[in-house]
Design a protein around this ligand. Structure first.
Ligand code: FAD
Length: 540
């Protein structure tokens, strides 16, 4: 079989590339390794970060190209390719409009959700760039209704219902029933559902359980793909181009060890993201970029908790931001502003102690007291219920430290110091609570106040949970130009080969602007890549 465009992977990158190519008139084949569609995108928060989006106009948010670019540059340590960042900012608005005009996707602003570094130049303390995909009825997908990856816990929640989006994490029984009856799903499912629907309407039938294993080359041009379909090899030809959209390599320990800049032991994404696209691109001579980086996140593994057949790693966002908790290393010392954004925290986990030649802040522990657990709940155990048995518990701080292997005197001194900072409403060590972002993500009863994140740790029993260095997905891979064409080691496009999403070097490099900092660029470049592949001038 031969198609015009062959797209590998059905996350946000693959879906948008496939849709743009199909709308441009290409005969598109969409192939997915898993037995469900959507990849990590489907189980994500589904929030894209889109500077200058048109919903800002209605809400009176002011944003400019210069602000957005200055802001991204301030987070990039000079690692970002300005041309890629400019293409992202310049096409963000039209990408949102395109999704809303050609699919059933409908976005609204995530109200007041600050950028992740809102005090940096061009940052937005009152939000406006992060979008909520709302709810989408999966009944609209007909026979594909149950063939999309979903989170067992939160499929029916909108991002604004989740604690991440400023909600409580719970729905009234009546509202939950309404959503279950109509199979209304939010977050990542609401992002990918409308695109899948649009593809089905255009006659693009995705192929599941199709693992791409290699690219076919003819005279230096990529002309097809080898697949393993249920153990049988199949070859599909590509007249115009092949789009790699196979996600990151976070689930492949060998590639993780070879490339990432520090430990990453807790991938939170789809386990099928094992770097297949990266290996295919390397074999045909792609130039690589951003390889040490991932979209970092602190994560906790709950014994016996699985997702997609693997140990689940839970994102630790709210627990480390709410009052009455801190994070410490084995010396019992705090090492960062716990309330800062998850991606930036990766740097704190990778700090090397040059004397002992160990990672200074791994392992790390979240330490909290009983008042915190009683008011906010603990890793899925709702407020007012017992703290789960897997959580280390002790009557005193010293006993807790000894139990989990933290220096007891260090932890006691740290908590005394922390409580003094809380009393004076100023964290002199790490400025927790100074940023609008820290205050937004904490206790909603004190929103916009430092008390939303600063709280004493003084009511026993005391608790500790080990926190690992995790990731939402890796962000390095083949470098591309602004049309998604994969570049070779001499910076020339490899004819017929395209890449978008986490399989490729991220267009914003290490910069994670705000909620949606990965999906925003992915939607923009997924579309640009699909368009370029459909109209590949070097074909025929
Ligand atoms: C819990 C969670 C919440 C998140 N929330 C957000 C958020 O709100 N906003 C945000 O910006 N980012 C968020 N992220 C990150 C975001 O989900 C990812 O960056 C994004 O989904 C990556 O999209 P992608 O299309 O590149 O890859 P994916 O969505 O992971 O899709 C890759 C697909 O390729 C398939 N594949 C792999 N190998 C092959 C092969 N050989 N052949 C065929 N198919 C293959 C995989 O099975 C997978 O379906 C979150 C991530 C997680 C885990």
């Amino acid at each position: 079989m031969t198609r015009d465009v062959v797209v590998l992977g059905s996350g946000a990158a693959g879906l948008t590339a496939a849709l743009a190519a199909a709308q441009a008139g290409a005969d598109v084949g969409l192939y997915e390794k898993s037995d469900v569609l959507g990849g990590s995108s489907a189980i994500s928060g589904g929030v894209p970060w889109m500077p200058l989006n048109h919903h800002q106009d209605e809400a009176g948010v002011s944003d400019t190209r210069e602000e957005a670019l200055a802001y991204l540059a301030s987070l990039s340590l000079d690692r970002m390719d300005p041309a890629m960042a400019e293409a992202f900012v310049d096409h963000a608005r039209e990408t949102v409009q395109w999704l809303e005009s050609t699919t059933e996707a409908r976005f609204t602003l995530l109200p007041h959700y600050p950028d992740y570094h809102p005090e940096n130049p061009g940052g937005k303390p009152d939000g406006g760039r992060s979008l909520d995909p709302g709810l989408f009825s999966y009944a609209r997908l007909g026979p594909w209704q149950d063939k999309v990856a979903r989170s067992k816990r939160s499929a029916h929640l909108k991002i604004t219902d989740t604690t991440l989006g400023g909600g409580t994490g719970y729905l009234s029984e009546e509202e939950l029933q309404r959503r279950v009856d109509a199979d209304l799903r939010g977050c990542g499912n609401a992002l990918v559902g409308p695109i899948i629907k649009a593809l089905l309407d255009l006659g693009v039938e995705p192929v599941l359980n199709a693992r791409a294993t290699d690219l076919v080359l003819s005279d230096g041009r990529v002309t097809g793909v080898r697949f393993d379909v249920d153990g049988r090899e199949q070859v599909v030809g590509a007249r115009h181009g092949v789009v790699l959209a196979t996600g990151g390599f976070e689930w492949d320990p060998e590639l993780v060890a070879a490339f990432l800049r520090g430990p990453m032991t807790a991938p939170t994404s789809m386990p099928t993201n094992t770097g297949d696209g990266l290996r295919m691109a390397m074999r045909v001579g792609a130039q690589l970029g951003n390889m040490g980086q991932a979209w970092w996140v602190p994560a906790v593994k709950i014994p016996g908790d699985t997702a997609f057949g693997q140990q689940r790693s839970n994102l630790v966002n709210r627990e480390r931001t709410l009052p009455g908790s801190i994070m410490v290393n084995r010396a019992g010392r705090r090492f960062t502003n716990e309330a800062t954004n998850y991606n930036a925290l990766g740097g704190a986990f990778h700090q090397l102690d040059p004397v002992t030649f160990t990672y200074a802040n791994l392992p790390a522990w979240l330490v909290f007291d009983h008042a915190h657990a009683a008011k906010y709940g603990t890793f899925g155990a709702p407020a007012g219920t017992a703290v789960p048995e897997w959580v280390a518990t002790a009557p005193t701080v010293g006993d807790l430290a000894a139990q989990v292997g933290i220096d007891p005197a260090g932890l006691e001194a740290t908590i005394t110091r922390w409580n003094a900072f809380v009393d004076q409403e100023s964290d002199e060590d790490f400025r927790r609570g100074d940023s609008a972002y820290d205050r937004w993500s904490g206790d909603g009863d004190h929103r916009f106040l430092k008390a939303s994140t600063l709280g004493r740790i003084d009511s026993g029993p005391f608790y500790a949970v080990q926190v690992e260095s995790g990731s939402l997905g890796t962000s390095g891979g083949p470098r591309t130009d602004t049309s998604g064409r994969v570049l070779d080691t001499h910076a020339e496009p490899i004819p017929g080969l395209y890449a978008a999403g986490n399989v490729a070097a991220a267009p914003t490099a290490m910069a994670y602007g705000g909620a949606g900092g990965t999906l925003g660029p992915i939607l923009v470049f997924g579309r640009l890549t699909g368009l370029a592949a459909a109209t590949d001038l070097q074909s025929v």
